[in-house]
Ligand binder design. Sequence first.
Ligand SMILES: Cc1cc2nc3c(=O)[nH]c(=O)nc-3n(C[C@H](O)[C@H](O)[C@H](O)COP(=O)(O)O)c2cc1C
Length: 389
Amino acid sequence: MLRFLTAGESHGPSLTAILEGFPSGLAIDFDKLDKELKARQGGYGRNSRQKIESDKVTFTGGIRGGVTTGGPICMHIENKDFANWQEVMALEGKINTPKEKEVDCFRPGHADLAGTIKYGHKDIRDVIERASARETAARVAVGAICQQFLNVLDINLVAHVIQVGNVKAPSQADCDNLIEVCARANESEISCADQSKSEEMIELIKKTWSEGDSLGGAIEILVDNLPVGLGSYVHWDRRIDGQLAQALMSVHAIKAMEIGDGIEASQKPGSQVHDAINPAKTENLPFTRPTNRAGGVEGGMTNGSRLVIRAFMKPIPTLVKGLNSVSFPDFKAKKARYERSDVCAISACAVVAKNMIAYILAKALLEKFGQDSMKQLLSVYKKRNLSDA
Ligand SMILES: Cc1cc2nc3c(=O)[nH]c(=O)nc-3n(C[C@H](O)[C@H](O)[C@H](O)COP(=O)(O)O)c2cc1C
């Protein structure tokens, strides 16, 4: 079974990810992997830390000669900013926190309050360091390997921004060519495939920034060429929609997701929602679907249509104009303190979400076609009979 763990704090020495259950024989494109990490650091509205850090993966296990061995893949990403935090984040010995780095107040919208009470911490920093979305760099490293695995099976994923605050760009779910969607999104500083909406989004971020406020938004993830039958209807935790939702909802600040017409479908009669099945054969499948409102999932399984997922991110909770809060440990009224923060991180969120989806799809593929080596897997995968009952 494919699984992964991450470890490390936001201002600690490094982040670590261990990906276990990955087949042997996949040649890793290291530049491509680092590009994915760079994409997570980009996007209009990010904070200055992204200029200090230039994330790069160092492998310490599971790869030899650039090829996966079948052993656990261990990856490290150095936190370059650790140089400025060594005394505050000392792993051994005495911690020495200068006044300007003390955290004496809970930030609303963060893990600070519940986390400090839950773990009985004396210092809120013990929560914020691990709860920080910096951890998503390690997830992207894992997902980037999974994406390379999917690409070998001709499965490609695209993520693009469809909303910033109240500025909405059109869905690209019906666009024939995903490569073209990807190219348009890559041209935009906010990863939006619609140029004029992209400009509007950037203007809104600028305005919100000047007002000391923050923004959230929405992203769309599209995946083509998935086989029928990833996931299963036979048990709740094997449903692919449930697994995709768990993966996305685990990403910091994502508060909702939908598959296909999702929320809109709940407001329409069934005849306008469900996708008919026609007998005409295609190159890959013994049937066609005139529409794909289900977004590629029926009964907890992929159905051969394009996977269409949208995820919704709340506005960044750290605000220049701090909200009312309470101090710690005395719980007296105090304005939440501002610490370097993004104004809008929707482009970065798109990269993280795409990589979490890549992980879930790689896991499901290995469950269905699972073999120990890429060679075995490819021979089984290519021979699969699409119309087998
Ligand atoms: C890529 C990414 C970057 C983020 N950057 C920030 C940030 O700079 N400042 C901040 O307050 N929150 C940021 N967030 C959101 C917080 O991490 C998140 O809201 C917080 O951990 C609380 O978790 P929750 O919103 O899921 O409850 C970011 C989230 C993501 C996915």
